[in-house]
Design a protein around this ligand. Structure first.
Ligand code: TYD
Length: 193
């Protein structure tokens, strides 16, 4: 049996990293082997992407290609093996981020879908949903071009419509709830996989 691929998705500042950490700690405390996958990755391409999204110099299509390539390479070089060797894969972001963000930059949704046709598909997605005003409250120093309330408002719609459009198990969770309450729901569904 291969490890379930569990994805935590959501807007900037929705609490993905906190929830991934709580879930990983919980599973490790129960002696499971857990692989943490983060997108964009720490590879040279992932690091290049971090630069690309700091300004509007790159065309959105170039950014979309870079995200898809980073994802495909990470799978070939790490995730494919991790699925065999670990009990759980916990991922901070996935191709759903590309489907939610890049169309808002002007890329065609169907083209993004096609680009990501061969990426690994999640067994379950936890989508942390927060109102855009909450993003503004939580936001620290702005790092990337997506971090403004107007973009985050559109992004929220983009994410919520993925639940209707993708044949995936997408669980929407209220990201404004206390973090341990959210964690309990995530872990309850994770251990059932
Ligand atoms: P990062 O600082 O790693 O943010 P986070 O901790 O919120 O994941 O920056 C990643 C940014 O890139 C984030 O704003 C979401 C965006 N992104 C895309 O636009 N498309 C994608 O496919 C992915 C994976 C991320």
């Amino acid at each position: 049996m291969t490890a379930p691929y569990i994805v935590i998705e959501g807007m900037d500042g929705s609490g993905k990293t906190t929830q991934a950490k709580l879930l990983i700690d919980f599973l490790k405390n129960h002696k499971f082997k857990v692989y943490h996958n983060i997108e964009p990755s720490q590879s040279p391409i992932g690091k290049h992407i971090q630069q690309m999204i700091k300004s509007t110099a790159s065309r959105p299509e170039t950014t979309a290609l870079a995200f898809a390539l980073d994802r495909m390479l990470s799978y070939d070089q790490n995730l494919k093996y991790a699925k065999e060797k670990y009990d759980y894969i916990i991922a901070d972001r996935s191709y759903l981020s590309s489907l939610a963000y890049q169309p808002l930059q002007g890329c065609r949704y169907d083209w993004i879908k096609e680009l990501n046709r061969y990426v690994e598909k999640p067994d379950i997605v936890f989508l942390l949903d927060i109102p855009p005003e909450e993003f503004t409250k939580r936001r620290g120093k702005t790092k990337v071009i997506f971090e403004n309330e107007d973009f985050q408002r559109k992004l929220r719609h983009s994410y919520l419509s993925l639940k209707e459009n993708l044949p995936l198990d997408i669980i929407i969770l209220d990201g404004t709830k206390p973090k341990y309450e959210i964690h309990e729901r995530i872990r309850e569904l994770t251990v059932k996989l």
